[in-house]
Every structure is written in C-alpha cells, then in structure tokens.
Write a protein that binds this ligand. Sequence first.
Ligand SMILES: NC(=O)c1ccc[n+]([C@@H]2O[C@H](COP(=O)([O-])OP(=O)(O)OC[C@H]3O[C@@H](n4cnc5c(N)ncnc54)[C@H](OP(=O)(O)O)[C@@H]3O)[C@@H](O)[C@H]2O)c1
Length: 261
Amino acid sequence: MPGVADLSPSTARPLPGSGRTAVVTGASSGIGAATAERLAAEGFDVVLGARRLDRLEALAERTGGRALQLDVTDPASVEAFAAALPRVDVLVNNAGGAFDTNPVADADLDSWARTYDVNVLGTVRLTKALLPALRASGAGDLLFVGSTAGLVSYEGGASYTAAKHGVHTLAGTLRLELVAEPVRVIEIAPGMVRTEEFSLNRLGSQEKADAVYRGVREPLVAEDVADCIAWALTRPHHVNVDLLVVRPRAQAAQHKVHRED
Ligand SMILES: NC(=O)c1ccc[n+]([C@@H]2O[C@H](COP(=O)([O-])OP(=O)(O)OC[C@H]3O[C@@H](n4cnc5c(N)ncnc54)[C@H](OP(=O)(O)O)[C@@H]3O)[C@@H](O)[C@H]2O)c1
C-alpha cells in the first residue's frame, strides 16, 4: 500500500548497533545510565558496569542488556569483568567523578588520589583489559567521556581538572598509537550537565548541588550527552569524531554561564 512503510523482517533496515556489543562503565546513574539505555535502543548488546549492581540490574531489566558489577579502581574486579565478556566492539569509558572544590593551597591529597584513580587509572585499567577484544572486533570503538574540565582550568577545580586533562591526553595518545588499527578513539567533552549525583558527590549537599544549576534555564541532561555518544558511535567506521565539546547554550565558556535570576 503506498505511503505505508513495510516493516517486515525481510526488508526492515537493521538498527545501527545490531550485532555490536557495547560496554558502558558507570552505567548505574547519570550519563552512563542514559547512554546504556540509548545504545540498547540503537540495537547494541549493552553491558552495564558499575559498583551498584542493584541499579544496573533494574536498568538492564527495563532496557535490555547485561548487568555486571565493576569497580574500575580494583584490578581484580576489572580482570573478572573483562573475563566475563566474550566480545566487545565498543567501550564507553564513562565512570568518573569529582570529589572536592579545594584550592590547591588546601589540597586534600586523599581526594586527589581518589579522583585520579577513578577518572584516569580506572580508565586505563579498563582500556588495557578490553583493548585485545576491541582489536579482535575488526571495527572497535574506544570512547572517553572527558569534560570541558579536561580542556581548561578553573579555581577550586584542580583535582578534577588535572584528572580530566589526563583523560584528554590518554585519548590523544591512543589515537596516535592505534592509527594503523581498526579502532576509533573518540572523546566527548561535556560542559554543565545536570545529573542527580555528580555535583552532590562533589559538593556534599543537595543545596550546594542545586546552586550549581541555579537560574540556568536549560543545563544539559544526561540524555543530551548520550545522544552525542550514540551519534559519534553510529557514524561510518572510517569517520573518527576526535573530540566533541558540548555545552548548554547558556554556557558560552567555563566561566561564562548565563543565569536568569
Ligand atoms: N555532570 C557533569 O556536569 C559532567 C560534565 C562533564 C563530564 N562529566 C563526566 O561524565 C561522567 C559521568 O558523570 P555523571 O554526571 O553521569 O555522574 P554520576 O551520575 O555521578 O555517575 C558516575 C558513575 O560512575 C560510576 N562510578 C563511580 N566510581 C566508580 C568505580 N570505582 N567503578 C565503577 N564505576 C564507578 C558510578 O556508579 P557506582 O557508584 O554505582 O559505581 C556512576 O554510575 C564522569 O566521568 C564525569 O566526570 C560529567
């Protein structure tokens, strides 16, 4: 019948992620959870990793995918996680966070170590563990959720900006080292994203976390970043989105945020 799409299995186009397995770290909340959900909708077989297994299982039940406990700061956990994966085509290195706002003069070295461990060393651990599988895929994707904090500095941000600069450097180095191999290296660097836990973990109270987004009409939400991630991953495989910086319209630069009150 003219004008009516034929969606019979023989003629329906396969979804862009069909036949590909995507691992998403930090999939229990925020950007990681939204990315896992979006990639599942794009047809990827999604593996969700994070420490809070109950949250992963609830999401996997709703959207499809496989929930596996993962602590990126624990080598044994990373080893067991990698051993449980027969195939990996995409690794979304998203687990991370910020845990203080101290000026360098008052640096809390334990907080610096924690920030570096989860954002940088954790990312290196996962990347190293899954790189053989990504190479074997023949069309692998290594995607890093960096931050605009990895591209500039700001007062009170050094533990986090230093770590995210590390992630930026890691992505750049891998792009050089893997140039002859069928593995893309993609960095997505979001600015202000309103997620439930990120600012709460950093600032320690809901009131302070809410103040970060005060008067900003439309901060990015996790689904906006997931959309960018899905877009980059579903380009033809010769197209490598090196670095995608994405901010809300109200944030023209790290220090230039338009607030309406
Ligand atoms: N929100 C922003 O404004 C913003 C902006 C730019 C970049 N980013 C980056 O985007 C990423 C996600 O941030 P988000 O806003 O979605 O924050 P979030 O909601 O706090 O999510 C962080 C995720 O990382 C996981 N995680 C933390 N430590 C882990 C560990 N040791 N092992 C495994 N997973 C761990 C957490 O799960 P468990 O606690 O269950 O392990 C959680 O799922 C982070 O890398 C962040 O730096 C955020």
